[in-house]
Design a protein around this ligand. Structure first.
Ligand SMILES: Nc1ncnc2c1ncn2[C@@H]1O[C@H](COP(=O)(O)OP(=O)(O)OP(=O)(O)O)[C@@H](O)[C@H]1O
Ligand SMILES: [Mg+2]
Length: 393
């Protein structure tokens, strides 16, 4: 059997003594330790060495623990970050949980606490790893292109759904655990602020699990779509009304170019509404990542009716996508939004579009933005040749 490579732990602490003691303790427990005396060095080592786990002091000069946590989570949301806190640092500990720290241990560090925090982090990592291996196995299954391809294709879809779901649930469970800890502290210390913070975090996670179950229902729905004659501008216009407020709040110029054609087409308007909502939400989210601060944020939704097809386009000048994300999009559940995303959005969108016999494609450039284009075949009559549906808009 191949010996497993020791896990790499990045250890950031400005106190020489603590760094030395922890390094010895962790190395004797079989880990590879990369020590760093400050946040800046820690971040550099993180980028170069890609450690599995990060343990960082919360209070440090320069980039402090919370800032380091934020930057690391931005670079790789999957990293398990354990915070070291002082005795009176409960406020900071609570804050770190809100920024998705895995756990925290208090000084003076008890080696049992340290061991248990690392063990928990390893368990969560092994869940992620298992999900990844599972997805890769499924991919090879389909690539083998055996004669039971349709069976394998079915398997891959089911498997990916389960994998995507377990991943999202793992993230939400982490969030719920963090919020219940903050709530417990609030009750114990009779601290209203903690109660409020814990409750806000808990509500956010309840929203996430509600959204996840709805996404899953939509994805798994086997009921046929409800095709009706509808003006293709209508679902787009609904999104403009729904999201206009959010655009304003986030200083995004949100433009809508409707089609000037007055025509009814067969479509499931509610399903198309959901697809456009997914794309617009993603476009708005594309400004959360580091984009040029001086650039005016813009998102444009267009609807065009051509001779034989309906085209919807959602264009943003946000972050664009990395090659890795680009390569996985529409093929597997992928999210770069950590606890704020599930990766169901685009998979569900693709499914709905394909059920309309349409296609969806995209182009993207890192740092400049992305455009998603939906193409639907234009059908103006139902199968019986009659014209049903709502009025012109
Ligand atoms: N317009 C965009 N600009 C930049 N990245 C995007 C854009 N649209 C999608 N992405 C990338 O594709 C990933 C998958 O998108 P998808 O909508 O499937 O999931 P999500 O937005 O992460 O989560 P949710 O399930 O809440 O929609 C996103 O996490 C993001 O990295
Ligand atoms: Mg999305």
């Amino acid at each position: 059997m191949k010996a497993r490579k020791p896990l790499k732990i990045l250890l950031v602490d400005d106190e020489d003594g603590i760094r030395k003691v922890l390094k010895i303790t962790l190395e004797s427990a079989g880990y590879e330790v990369l020590p760093a005396p400050d946040g800046e060095t820690g971040l550099q080592i993180f980028i170069q060495e890609k450690p599995d786990i990060v343990i960082t002091d919360i209070k440090m000069p320069g980039i402090d623990g919370i800032e380091l946590l934020k930057r690391i989570k931005h670079l790789n949301p999957e990293t398990e970050v354990i915070m070291i806190t002082g005795h009176g640092d409960m406020d900071l500990a609570v804050k770190s949980l809100q920024y998705e720290a895995a756990d925290f241990i208090t000084k003076p560090i008890d080696s049992l606490d340290l061991e248990s925090a690392i063990k928990k982090a390893e368990d969560r990592m092994s869940i992620s790893r298992n999900i990844k291996t599972y997805m890769e196995d499924l991919k090879t299954l389909v690539e083998e292109k055996d004669k039971r391809l349709t069976e394998s294709e079915k398997l891959i879809t089911i498997g990916q759904t389960i994998a995507g779901m377990s991943h999202a649930i793992k993230n939400i469970a982490g969030g719920l655990k963090g919020s219940s800890f903050i709530l417990e502290q609030g009750i114990e210390l009779e601290n209203r602020q903690y109660l409020k913070q814990g409750w806000e975090m808990m509500k956010g996670n309840i929203d996430k699990i509600t959204k996840l179950s709805l996404d899953l229902l939509n994805y798994a729905k086997t009921t046929r779509l409800n095709f009706q004659l509808e003006n293709p501008n209508t679902p787009a216009r609904e999104i403009v009304q729904l999201m206009g407020h959010k655009a304003k709040e986030n200083n995004i110029i949100f433009k809508f170019h409707p089609s000037s054609e007055k025509m009814l087409a067969l479509m499931d308007s509610d399903a198309i509404h959901n697809c456009l909502l997914n794309l617009i939400t993603n476009a708005f989210d594309a400004f959360n990542e580091s984009v040029d601060k001086d650039r005016q944020k813009q998102v444009t939704l267009s609807c065009a009716i051509l001779k034989k097809e309906i085209i919807y386009s959602v264009k943003d000048n946000g972050s664009g996508m990395s090659e890795t994300v680009k390569a996985s999009l529409f093929k597997e559940f992928i999210t770069t939004k950590g606890m704020n995303g599930t990766g169901f959005g685009l998979m569900t969108t693709k499914k709905i579009i394909e059920e309309h016999q349409g296609t969806i494609c995209f182009q993207t450039e890192p740092g400049r933005g992305s455009e998603f284009i939906i193409q639907l075949p234009l059908r103006t009559k139902d199968s019986k040749g009659g014209v049903r549906g709502k009025d012109f808009h």
